[in-house]
Design a protein around this ligand. Sequence first.
Ligand code: SAM
Length: 282
Amino acid sequence: MPDPHRFVNELDEESHERLIGRLESRAKVPVFANLFDKYVEQIDLPSSARILEVGCGTGVILRNLVQRMNFSGSATGVDQCKAFIDAANKYAEQESITAELDFQVGDIHNLSFDDAVFDLVIAHTVISHVTEPVQVLAEMARVVRPGGIVAIFDGDYASLTYAYPDHGFGQKMDNALATTTFNNPRIMRDLPRLLPDMDLELKSAWGDAVVEIGDGSYFKTFAETYVPYVKNAGLFSEQTVKIWLNEQYRAMENGTFFAACNYYTYLVRKVSGPYPVPTASV
Ligand SMILES: C[S@@+](CC[C@H](N)C(=O)[O-])C[C@H]1O[C@@H](n2cnc3c(N)ncnc32)[C@H](O)[C@@H]1O
């Protein structure tokens, strides 16, 4: 069963807890948090903005967003997984920011909102997981107002790599991790071609490499969280996967660890609307 975030509702409670932990810890890893800061700082938002995050997970992105400005608007998060939405409500309560936030269970391929009702719509590490990325992008374009901003941030997971002494096996594990964790590991390369059909005009776009050399934090929890899905997919035996993971731990202990992945950010502006939902797939 590939891509745990795509099929999250088919996972057990223990898997939900592991993914919740990963989403919360990942957002606090500086090498990753900086990428969110970098694009948010480029979005000029009034404090009364209406914000939507599609695939909000535990709500960590929206909590961060509403706390960084003198926020008096509305921030809505939609996710398919009730366990994630329950966690989002719990964390918002713990941080006393429930008034600004609304978390809803839903399928982001078919949003329940009217056209043109949000100033900003965000997809933060979501497009790589969804079943039909074109449909989700079209829905994001539909609900943002003309002149509003759509922010799409995600990894190009076909570039994910961990160093491993046997290069051939290392490459196979990189590929197995990318294809079992992400439904669309190359989607961020397609956006320049897809976005204009949705009346979305490129405002700015750039790439960053997330790289950890010597020690691993972001890529440590990445490996720990997603390696079980490589084993479950039957691509490698439990023993083989364990050998690979132990080599990563050994490298971290010795200060010889290396892992990297490219991430891309697209900030696009809605030109006009409404427009037909495209039927072409990527
Ligand atoms: C990697 S997580 C990102 C969560 C959050 N944006 C963050 O950065 O912490 C991907 C999220 O997309 C959600 N997701 C995937 N497909 C979805 C769908 N069709 N409808 C709603 N949510 C979806 C998953 O449930 C998961 O919470």
